[in-house]
Write a protein that binds this ligand. Structure first.
Ligand SMILES: [Zn+2]
Length: 435
């Protein structure tokens, strides 16, 4: 027995030495290096809002963008970009991955990636599953966008929701570090540390929290360098309380209406504000949006799901024009718009729903196609804390590229005309145009 143990120990030694020696070595073992790749003579839409630039060469090496410019160096793989348009891989800043089974999530992620979405941000669920998916994506065990995710904080009223129970199996509702009840007894410093320990880079404030509590969470999140995002109202805290607390993204444009209304004690009513009483261009909304701009708080409008998707209800006829107008006004006042669906794929559409959200940003909120593209690239990356690595076609950023065969800055529906999807420098889809 002793002999067996010592044999095992000895056989582990080289592995341990290697692990300590070089993190780069480990990464190289897990992720085979993609060949260098040149997209030649393509029109670049770089995700920053800059106008399209024709005749560019994009060089991707070691999974990252190494050059964007006139030179066309010799590389392993060359894509002839003549007549094509290259934009950053799309980012959906609001998905939920863990509502079904692992197999369903993997299938959805694969469809999202092949449909041009190279990064998704999970805005609440069972973090055990999401973090497993995120790791499998990094290790290329599954075909998937890069996955970021949150831990959720909410007041006691939320923790009877069956979705919370399902996402916290094995825990009393409210006790899971990623689905945490916050009440007068909560040690907030510890709750933030445990949320972070669960692997989340971000805390999402969901519902049933008051202004002072939101402020304390914001201070602690800042101290522990955790990003804070929120539903745009969390009752009784108003949108402006969330801005003051340091939230960096507010989800659901429709919920902003509560800035001009008394809070409802019934948080599921938050999509059912009195939209007629708070003009989208009136002083209350203008002051809120101005303050979002001043504090670098992004708006994640989720227009499609409320206007034409599963959350559409009898109030849609008044809510839709209101949230469209508020989103347009936010864009005009310089608020960062972060596109996201609050869903990911649908059996009724071969492509991820983010393409529908992009169309709605243009046809509903009247953003220009270029503004909509920016919302699903640099804007979304900024709001979820990833803009140092992703969201624009610039040197040093990840080699996440969507190549389409017609100009999406002329017609946003052209994001659907996919010719190539490139993820971290690897071609994951290459084919004729699809509609
Ligand atoms: Zn959501």
């Amino acid at each position: 027995m002793r002999r067996l143990v010592s044999c095992l120990v000895l056989s582990l030694v080289p592995l341990l030495v290697m692990t300590a020696a070089s993190e780069r070595l480990i990464i190289a073992q897990v992720r085979p290096a993609a060949p260098s790749l040149l997209i030649r003579n393509v029109t670049v839409i770089d995700g920053t809002g800059a106008p399209p630039r024709a005749g560019a060469n994009v060089l991707i090496r070691d999974g990252r963008i190494a050059a964007v410019g006139a030179d066309a160096p010799v590389t392993d793989v060359v894509i002839d970009g003549h007549g094509l348009f290259a934009l950053p891989g799309l980012i959906d800043a609001h998905v939920h991955l863990s509502g079904g089974t692992w197999t369903q999530a993997v299938a959805q992620l694969s469809r999202a990636l092949h449909g041009g979405v190279t990064t998704v941000f999970d805005m609440a669920g069972d973090v055990r599953m999401t973090s497993d998916l995120s790791r499998a994506a990094l290790a290329q065990e599954i075909e998937s966008p890069t996955i970021g995710y949150v831990s959720l904080f909410a007041g006691p009223a939320f923790f009877t929701d069956p979705r919370v129970v399902a996402a916290s199996l094995g825990y009393r509702p409210g006790d899971a570090p990623w689905n945490r009840v916050i009440d007068g007894n909560t040690d907030i410093a510890r709750a933030v540390a445990e949320a972070r320990g669960a692997g989340a880079t971000t805390i999402k404030l969901y519902a049933a929290l008051d202004g002072p509590t939101v402020k304390r969470i914001g201070e602690e999140a800042a101290r522990q360098q955790v990003l804070l995002v929120a539903h745009a109202t969390v009752f009784p805290a108003k949108p402006s309380d969330l801005v003051a607390a340091g939230a960096k993204m507010l989800a659901h444009a429709a919920y902003l209406v509560w800035e001009g209304m008394p809070a409802s004690p019934d948080f599921p009513k938050r999509a059912r504000g009195d939209f007629g009483s708070v003009p989208p261009d009136g002083p209350v909304m203008t002051s809120l949006l101005q303050s979002m701009k001043d504090h670098d708080v992004a708006l994640n409008p989720t227009l499609w799901i409320f206007s034409d998707g599963p959350a559409k209800d009898d109030l849609a006829a008044v809510r839709t024009p209101w949230m469209n107008a508020v989103t347009r006004r936010a864009q005009d006042l310089g608020v960062v718009i972060a596109a996201g669906v609050d869903d990911m794929t649908s059996e009724r559409d071969p492509l991820p729903l983010l393409h529908r959200e992009l169309e709605t940003l243009v046809t509903g909120a009247k953003l220009t196609p270029l503004q909509a593209i920016t919302a699903a690239t640099r804007g979304a990356a900024h709001a979820i804390g990833m803009d140092d690595a992703r969201g624009s076609l610039a040197v040093g950023k990840a080699g996440d590229v969507l190549i389409v065969d017609a100009d999406p800055s002329a017609d946003i529906r052209n994001t659907r005309r996919i010719r190539y999807v490139i993820k971290d420098g690897r071609i994951v889809r290459a084919e004729g145009a699809t509609r």
